[in-house]
Write a protein that binds this ligand. Structure first.
Ligand code: AMP
Ligand code: ZN
Length: 510
């Protein structure tokens, strides 16, 4: 046996490049531990249903995970749930003010909840449901702020001990002057920039510097409160992410992600806290997703352009638009994560069509989950090349539009040759669908409970009608067959007859 290493030419090593906000350039993501990526992505505050803008940011994290898996890396991926409320933006004029979750509880929608814990539990459950609807892979861990209170209190105590924090009558603050690198992520180095009164910058006359931010807020009236060395109260917003990231991923992590609004103050403050605690660089790469707009405007309930995932995906009977969730995901993928993205109904409709074509491919070549294939023959070589180019695009700072172009190109080629595909070509197409899905997650659900259809109450109504219609047609009873077709239409179902029988799907109202 020859134990000599393979010639270098056989080892294809491609870099995974990601734009780093900290250095303002694209950099190779090189895990500290060989082939094992550690990364953290900021999750939502669970005070309402997460909207498609939030999911644009969560999708970036999912794509990092999928691309790392495509390189064969192990990944430890943590994304949190902020289930402790924090101040609303309108606290500018009301510094003593309400937090987002308390405000939600007092609203009309909040009436359905027994208390604030019930509200947090509900919106955490629905977050995870929508996460799966969009085919986002489960993180390694999804820690909750409320379950890490002891660690947060310990971190604040240590910051005080190390001279990075101090107590006043209202709370405990991080002393910005104790950390000379404050501002290195956002580039906000002027005092005025750092004072921006956003979310957690509290008005307290005893603060030593207006830029100092809260680590702990004293409040024995708050609906969520814990006992601490500083009395009853609750933590500042930023400390939870420092603590949870370090608990699950270690003191130095490879990558930290979130939406662009988090660069300052949230991520700037996370760096200050974590690096003051450890004396080590907290995250090597910081990746930020640009905001999503809808029909060219900031999403807002007032403009009627505010969409949660369930607004788009839920069946019409439940108040949704009945859109295929993977088409929503595909729409989000059609824009590069670092460019502003305009979500429009027109793009969504286009992606519904793309998804239908993918379903046609599956119908033609067979379900890859039942029968995996292999890249063989001429078609196999072409499809393998397309997968390779899609993967290269993702390695190049998650270039999703270029990766999708390979998906659409392959779909067109397969459907264009529908009449000439032999079993070798069909098997190659199945393998290609599996690989493209592993990378982009828009072909089928890969992390989903298997029996989604069996749980679908509509299927229980529709399927007996389809059988009855087939029987009426076989008996030549065309009147009855038409009646059943109308009945199916009234259920919001579209049917398609082919030589292999009748298939059905929900009509999409967009
Ligand atoms: P929040 O619950 O506001 O803390 O938001 C949770 C995550 O969604 C954060 O990473 C935000 O940056 C991100 N996010 C919020 N709105 C948008 C948007 N319109 N587009 C992209 N990301 C967003
Ligand atoms: Zn965070």
């Amino acid at each position: 046996m020859n134990n000599e290493p393979l010639p270098q030419a056989h080892i294809v090593s491609k870099e995974f490049r990601i734009y780093n906000t900290l250095t303002n350039k694209s950099e190779a993501l090189v895990p500290k531990k060989k082939d094992h990526l550690t990364f953290y992505s900021c999750g939502p505050t669970v005070y309402s249903y997460a909207h498609i803008g939030n999911f644009r940011s969560f999708l970036t994290a999912d794509l990092i995970l999928r691309t790392a898996h495509a390189l064969g890396w192990d990944v430890t991926y943590a994304t949190n749930v902020t289930d402790v409320g924090h101040l609303t933006e309108d606290d500018l004029t009301d510094p003593s003010g309400e937090d987002r979750m308390v405000k939600a509880l007092k609203s009309k929608e909040g009436e359905q909840f027994v208390n604030i814990w019930d509200l947090a539990r509900h919106y955490t459950t629905t977050l995870v449901e929508d996460w799966h609807r969009l085919n986002l892979r489960e993180p390694t861990v999804r820690p909750r702020a409320t379950e890490h209170m002891r660690e947060q209190i310990a971190a604040v105590e240590q910051l005080i001990e190390k001279g990075h924090a101090y107590e006043t009558d209202k709370g405990v603050y991080f002393s910005v002057t104790s950390f000379p690198d404050y501002g290195k992520l956002s580039g906000n180095t002027l005092d005025g920039d750092l004072e921006q009164t956003v979310r957690d910058v509290v008005v307290d006359d005893d603060k030593r510097d207006p830029r100092d931010f809260a680590l702990w807020k004293k409040d024995d009236k708050h609906l969520m409160q814990w006992f601490s060395p500083w009395g009853w109260g609750f933590p500042g917003w930023h400390i939870e992410c420092s603590v949870m990231a370090m608990s699950y991923l270690g003191e130095e992590i490879d990558l930290h992600a979130g939406g662009e609004d988090l660069i300052f103050p949230h991520h700037e403050c996370e760096i200050a806290q974590s690096e003051s605690l450890t004396g080590k660089p907290f995250a090597t790469i910081w990746a930020h997703t640009r905001f999503l707009q809808v029909e060219g405007e900031k999403m807002s309930k007032r403009l009627g352009n505010f969409f949660t995932v369930r607004d788009l995906v839920a069946p019409e009977a439940e108040g949704g638009k009945g859109v295929d969730a993977l088409a929503v995901r595909m729409t989000l993928l059609s824009g590069h994560y670092r460019k502003p993205f305009n979500f429009t109904m027109k793009t969504l409709r286009g992606n519904v069509k793309h998804r239908e074509r993918l379903e046609e491919v599956i119908a033609l070549v067979g379900n890859p989950l039942d029968e995996p294939g292999a890249y063989e023959g001429d078609t196999g070589a072409i499809l393998e090349g397309m997968y390779g180019r899609a993967k290269d695009a993702m390695l190049d700072d998650l270039n999703t539009p270029a990766a999708l172009a390979q998906l659409f190109g392959g779909t067109k080629m397969i459907l264009g040759n529908a009449d000439h595909l032999d079993e070798t070509a069909r098997a190659a197409a199945r393998r290609w669908l599996v690989d493209m899905n592993a990378l982009l997650g828009v072909v089928f659900y890969d992390d989903q409970p298997e029996s989604a259809d069996e749980e679908d109450p509509l299927a229980a109504q529709v399927e007996p009608l389809i059988v009855a219609r087939a029987a009426a047609r076989a008996a030549g009873d065309w009147g009855r067959a038409d009646e059943i077709r109308d009945e199916l239409a009234s259920l919001g179902v579209e049917i398609k007859d082919s030589k292999d029988g009748t298939t059905w799907k929900r009509k999409q109202q967009i």
